[in-house]
Design a protein around this ligand. Structure first.
Ligand code: MFK
Ligand code: FAD
Length: 509
């Protein structure tokens, strides 16, 4: 066996190890908040190293399972998730990973930048609890936007509990849109029906094909209301938004059967189920027929969280590869001394920094748009950047994390190191929350429907560029331009009319 053992890569405090994060926070957060926020993030970085990373790893090692029947044959649909998953969800609440974004004691930009920075530190160690957090954030935003807080008991309780910092009281939300025929084409593929039983209450019947973090407390979903004459309206205008409790007060599932857990390529820590809705009691919230438009608040938030996962995954793998390069000797000296290896690391670093700054631009715009009196530029730019940041970072993180894995050589491919999971989990980021093509079409939707979008884009870019033309901000701007160029092939062949967007199927060939 010999007496040599390679020293493994060390995870350092991800905040203190990332000077660019600190520089960016100094630029984006008012000086009065900077010390408080950075001190708190540094402390959280210590907690990630000391406690959270190991909990996340346990979620990968002890994956969820579903037991549908008890020993006597009774249908129980018991979801078994490891204790570390629940502990991480408690930590999310205690650390305010969602509530910070809604803390009205601070200005809207500080709170969103603070929240996104914190999620960025947390995500690679989170055992995918970032997925329920993303949907929880999306649910809060959607429910708040409907303005029902004082008028609807379940909405009020949901918002309060989704934002709770008490780990024992906090709720999380699911987002059930995808059905067998439609994940991208929700409007064409949704066959869930809603039968009215009185007031805003309905019973839902349908089959939800991908439902992640199924240990959640509530869910937002879409269904078609059955009209008095028994008809249902097809297409987007037939879809309405529903809020439901997943379990009744007695702990039993609310007219829901868990048919099976998905056997997935990655995200194995995360329980994703196929669900049969068979008389699920649900509340229609929002105007009937406006379901897609109403749930788009959720989509846009979760897409930004998706970008957090992509960029932080890249950052974590580079940090580990950089550390390893000082420990691994090859051909007589450490990797770090070989120019070809440092060039490889540098190339990844540049791409990651560009993506990071693009993400923080999205976070800043999100904060600006939530100030209570956003201007047109802030609203339209957030709407434009959201699909771009999701599609671009999701697309580039997969090859980049693969390259980073190669920096560990054969060890990068060994499960016990924890490194392969990072690549598996990266591969979902271009797929869920809208595939690259679907988000490209969403960019076209913005270009087709938002007035002044081009001039607002130029205005925003100009405001970011310093007068001497030299800035780290050139990186996100070039990333935006690169992303828009990638859409060029589609744009060139797209036919945009007032009410529809048709794209030549061959456009990307
Ligand atoms: C770890 C971090 C993150 C993890 C979270 C992951 C957990 C969840 C995983 C999931 O994947 S959840 C499911 C995600 N599903 C999708 O992302 C669906 C992808 N498909 C689309 O986004 C389609 O474009 C869409 C379903 C929206 C198409 O629907 P329609 O009804 O055919 O679109 P249409 O008719 O163009 O739009 C209807 C209305 O919604 C329009 O408003 P108006 O009626 O007022 O004109 C649109 O402008 C509006 N709309 C659509 N997308 C919007 C939007 N508004 C704002 N933002 C958007 N993104
Ligand atoms: P399709 O729409 O069939 O896409 C297949 C291909 O067709 C893609 O390349 C796509 O880009 C392309 N395509 C589709 N439409 C167009 C078009 N108009 N023009 C050009 N190309 C097009 N959903 C939920 O609702 N809730 C969840 O909690 C959830 N969790 C998930 C967890 C995991 C791990 C995964 C993998 C998925 C989850 N999903 C969830 C579903 C996910 O959102 C969808 O799978 C995704 O949106 C893609 O939809 P689809 O599967 O129907 O693919």
């Amino acid at each position: 066996i010999g007496d040599f053992n390679q020293i493994p890569p060390t995870l350092h405090n991800p905040f203190n190890d990332d000077p660019m994060l600190k520089r960016t926070l100094r630029r984006l957060i008012p000086p009065t908040n900077f010390e408080r926020v950075t001190k708190e993030l540094s402390k959280f970085g210590d907690r990630i190293v000391a406690e959270i990373d190991a909990l996340g790893r346990q979620c990968e090692l002890n994956q969820p399972r579903l037991e549908q029947h008890d020993a006597w044959g009774r249908r129980v649909d018991e979801l078994i998730v490891c204790p570390e998953w629940y502990r991480l969800k408690e930590i999310c609440a205690e650390e305010g990973l969602i509530s910070i974004g809604y803390d009205d004691k601070t200005d809207s930009v500080t709170r969103r930048i603070h929240q996104i920075a914190k999620l960025y530190l947390f995500s690679p160690s989170a055992g995918l609890t970032t997925c329920p957090m993303a949907m929880t954030d999306g649910a809060v935003k959607t429910l708040k936007a409907l303005g029902l807080y004082d008028k609807h008991d379940l909405t009020k309780e949901s918002i309060d509990r989704l934002l709770s910092t008490d780990g024992k009281k906090a709720w999380t939300s699911g987002q059930w849109m995808t059905e067998k025929r439609g994940g991208s084409d929700v409007a064409g593929g949704c066959d869930t029906y809603a039968e009215h039983i009185g007031g805003d209450q309905y019973r839902l019947y349908g089959y939800k094909w991908f439902s992640s973090a199924i240990d959640a407390d509530i869910a937002l979903t879409l269904a078609r209301i059955v009209e008095k004459n028994g008809n249902v309206q097809k297409g987007s205008r037939g879809l309405s938004l529903f809020l439901l409790r997943i379990r009744n007060q007695d702990g039993q599932l609310n007219g829901i059967q868990m048919i099976r857990l998905k056997n997935k390529f990655g995200t194995k820590q995360l329980p994703t189920a196929e669900l049969l809705l068979d008389g699920t009691l649900a509340h229609c919230i929002g105007e009937p027929g406006r379901g897609v438009a109403n749930i788009s608040n959720m989509l846009n938030i979760t897409r930004i969280h998706n970008a957090v996962a992509s960029v932080s995954g890249m950052r974590r793998m580079i940090s580990l590869a950089r550390d390893y390069s000082t420990r691994r000797e090859v051909f007589g000296q450490t990797q770090a001394k070989w120019p070809l290896h440092t060039a490889t690391l540098a190339k990844m670093e540049v791409e990651t920094r560009g993506c990071f700054l693009l993400l923080m631009e999205a976070a800043q715009l999100m904060g600006m748009s939530e100030s209570g009196s956003p201007n047109e530029m802030e609203v339209v730019m957030l709407r434009l950047i959201t699909p771009i940041v999701k599609l671009y970072t999701g697309k580039v993180c997969v090859p980049l994390i693969s390259e980073a894995m190669e920096c560990f050589g054969g060890q990068g491919y060994i499960e016990d190191t924890g490194l392969p999971a990072a690549l598996r989990d990266a591969q979902v980021t271009p797929i869920w929350e809208g595939t690259t093509n679907v988000l490209s079409l969403d960019v076209l939707r913005v270009l087709a429907t938002s007035k002044n979008v081009y001039s607002l884009f130029e205005k925003r870019v100009t405001s970011l560029l310093p007068s001497n033309g030299v800035s780290e901000l050139n990186e996100p701007i070039s990333a935006i331009r690169k992303a828009i160029n990638q859409l060029g092939a589609i744009l060139a062949k797209a036919t945009v009319t007032d009410d529809s967007i048709r794209v030549d199927a061959c456009a990307r060939q």
